[in-house]
Design a protein around this ligand. Sequence first.
Ligand code: FUB
Length: 338
Amino acid sequence: MSEKTDHIDFETLNAKAISQPLVTNMYTADPSAHVFDGKIYIYPSHDIDAGIPFNDNGDHFGMEDYHVYSMESPDGAVTDHGVALHVKDVAWAERQMWAPDATQKDGKTYFYFPARNKDGIFQVGVAVGDSPVGPFVAEPEPIQGSYSIDPAVLADDDGSYYLYVGGLWGGQLQKYRDHTYSEANEEPADDEPALGPIVARLSDDMKEYAEPLREIVILDENGEPLLAGDHDRRYFEGPWVHKHNGLYYLSYSTGNTHYLCYASSDNPYGPFTYRGRILNPVVGWTTHHSICQFEGKWYLFYHDSSLSQGVTHLRSMKMAELTIHDDGTIETLDPYQD
Ligand code: FUB
């Protein structure tokens, strides 16, 4: 994940941006947005400059804590509710508090987050709070059997909760086959099926997987799995699942080609069929998002590195209205328009 070095005229770029940073007093990224009790809550990463050099492993993303934000409405003020969880308060976690998500059940808020454990392996933890803004108290151990990064929770209509995870390169997804780690594993060859995100239903207490993990397959227009060499469409990181008119929509980042794409399925486990792009590349290497509906309108929450003038690991969360047609088709957004 190298730093972009292009010379960008940020004044012109910001004038063309379809949205401005939601927060400007610190850096925030990977926004997971939900509507709880009629209010928008955003669970982002809190970007800092940890002084770690750039590399393809993403080690420069050295985040240590999480803040939660809320908005009364899409045009309303953004309220910072302060630190909701810090790595020093998570017994099993050592570093790199990357993209989180949260959900609610029976009056409690469950906050899911990835971090590297003492062996440098990413796992996913859960922390519980009495309020959607925390503070959250972390379980002493990560979710048993969890691996990789970017947890996203789908609260389904029948009361089931599904946890989606997975990210390539620094997120270590390529090191697993059949959910088992080997340092020798790498991304599949270009003509082999791409790796997909991992999903499982959560237990009733929301703290463990309730069933064996499954890998999601994303199919092309001919019903064939997307190939690992199809970098414009294959899964890289940042899974998000929303439901619309009974269909499940999986959206994700293509990583090194910098698109947000989506696919749909009639089943939360897939297979999903590729449908198109949601967002063209933003300034900064990473692109990571969420989608939520508020009073009948759909919104994309995403980030870019415009506020830091292109520093890849100092990002700012933004939001823009999405057009989702009745057939589920999502119109592609250009983050900067002439
Ligand atoms: O924020 C750190 C990592 O960068 C996230 O986990 C990825 O999705 C990418 O946005």
